[in-house]
Design a protein around this ligand. Structure first.
Ligand code: UD1
Ligand code: CA
Length: 467
């Protein structure tokens, strides 16, 4: 696009209930690979050069808030269409906010669309005598989509909806309306003002502008990829879109130097450095970021996780809203709950659960432990079976373990408690009081041996059973 091209507004249609989803949640807010459906066309519009995006909604405050938070109030305008009376009526609502001489129209339920799919559509407007361009695609199964009707010379005459098709010949047409248009704003305003609800659904169909504008100028059909137009109308469509998008995300990371095995599911927006290896069955969600040289092995689930470089995440770890420093080792089967901060070179091994806990540099909790509301000092060693008792059913309390401290296996640290630097807690201790720096703490009953008593005990127990 040349810089001298007239400025571009975009309207994204996102009103209506989306009845076919059978959901309380508005259709365009359903998440797809970590982002609401409507996010995809909005982003594609900006990337394709739109200076302004108007989203037509039914006035749902959660949708407005989500869009403004993500793109900023100055770049997003919200136009409310209430009640939703069809796509033509929605564009009429959107046009009230449109500022620029060219308008791109996208539907909020076509998340596989990319900016590159729109370039040709927008450029077609710069051709003399073309005031409207529409994206079309050839589908093997065109059922449900509006069909593109052409005259004998091949000129686009009309788009006719599935329910309004009049013959088997029309139903057999494989060229469908993708639901993306670019138009001269003034011509569009005039055409939309004339729309009438004369159709099977009694709605104002945007698609009727094709026939009316075809009478005054050439409507330019721009053929796109079938995949780009997949419209999400029900949950089966959502499932298909999800598979396609995850496949696309895998390919994108592979091209950028990430080894992605099998069916790993990587949300849109996850950032992965080159030379990372992602195992099969891994799920990377939300705003997860992974540094170079790291391996995330089979079956792990990471949500909003910040992972450093050369980290080893062994199979089946779950990490949520937590960070992991360089060269740390996790798992297998480690569970980092929110606000865990695992520093460089620390080890968090199998069946270790952390929550709101900092495990400082080089500290190790290798097996079977619970660390909640705790600060574990550098190089401290947490033995197998250690439990930080941070909660009494009412209040959560803090535990501090000093650097180089050693917590013997099967100990309970009853918070609030502080274990001093280099202190040593004997195996099986129940620690209720602070342990001074360098001290040995033993908090368990002393062992008693009664020679020969085992046989007597058995006799006693056997007699008791007979009674
Ligand atoms: C529409 C097209 C069809 C095209 C298909 C491509 C029309 C009449 N038909 O059909 O030709 O092949 O998309 O996917 O345009 N919306 C509003 N307000 C309304 C109604 C809808 O904002 O009053 C929004 C919806 O949120 C949705 C989009 O417009 O994101 C499309 O509406 P939908 O009802 O899904 O249209 P289709 O039947 O799929
Ligand atoms: Ca649709």
């Amino acid at each position: 696009m040349t810089t001298s091209a007239p400025r571009l507004s975009a309207i994204v249609l996102a009103a209506g209930k989306g009845t076919r989803m059978k959901s309380q949640l508005p259709k365009v807010l359903h998440p797809l690979c970590g982002r609401p459906l409507v996010d995809y066309p909005v982003q594609a519009a900006f990337e394709a050069g739109a200076d302004q995006v108007v989203v037509v909604t039914s006035g749902q405050p959660e949708l407005t808030a989500a869009l403004e938070a993500r793109y900023g109030k100055e770049r997003i305008s919200i136009a409310v269409q209430d009640p939703p009376r069809g796509t033509g009526d929605a564009v009429r609502a959107g046009l009230s906010a449109v500022k620029h001489p060219r308008t791109l129209i996208l539907y909020g339920d076509t998340p596989l669309l990319r900016a590159q799919d729109l370039t040709g559509l927008i450029q077609a407007l710069d051709v003399a005598g073309q005031e409207l361009s529409i994206l079309t695609a050839l589908l093997d199964v065109p059922f449900g989509y509006g069909r593109v009707l052409r005259d004998a010379a091949g000129n686009v005459q009309e788009v006719r909806e599935q329910r309004d098709l009049q013959s088997d010949a029309e139903r057999a047409i494989r060229e469908v309306n993708a639901g993306m248009y670019a138009a001269n704003t003034e011509k569009l305003r005039a055409a939309v003002a004339e729309l009438q609800p004369n159709n099977a659904q009694g709605e104002y169909y945007l698609t009727d502008i094709v026939a009316s504008l075809a009478k005054i100028s050439r409507v330019a059909p721009v053929q796109g990829e079938a995949e780009a137009l997949l419209g999400v109308n029900d949950r089966a469509d959502l499932g298909r879109a999800e598979e396609l998008l995850f496949a696309r995300n895998r390919d994108q990371h592979r091209k950028a130097g990430v080894t992605v095995h099998g069916d790993a599911r990587i949300d849109s927006g996850v950032e992965i450095a080159a030379d990372v290896e992602i195992g099969a069955g891994v799920s990377l969600r939300g705003n997860t970021k992974i540094g170079t040289g790291t391996r995330v092995d089979v079956g792990s689930v990471l949500v909003d996780a910040q992972i450093g470089e050369n980290v080893e995440v062994k199979p089946y770890c779950v990490i949520a809203q937590s960070s992991v420093g360089d060269r740390a080792q996790l798992g297998p089967f480690a569970h980092l709950r929110p606000d865990s901060e695992i520093e460089a070179e620390a080890h968090v091994g199998n069946f270790v659960e952390t929550k709101k806990t900092r495990v400082r540099r080089g500290a190790k909790a290798n097996h079977l432990a619970y660390l909640g509301d705790a600060d574990v000092g550098e190089r401290a060693n947490i033995g197998a079976g250690t439990i930080v008792c941070n909660y009494d059913g009412f209040v959560k309390r803090q535990t501090t373990i000093g650097e180089g401290a050693f917590i013997g296996s099967d100990s309970q640290l009853i918070a609030p408690v502080t274990i001093g630097k280099n202190a040593y807690v004997g195996t099986g201790s129940t620690i209720t009081e602070d342990v001074p720096e360098g001290a040995l703490a033993i908090g368990r009953a002393r062992q008693v041996n009664k020679p020969g008593y085992a046989a007597k005990l058995r006799e006693k127990l056997a007699a008791a059973k007979k009674k």
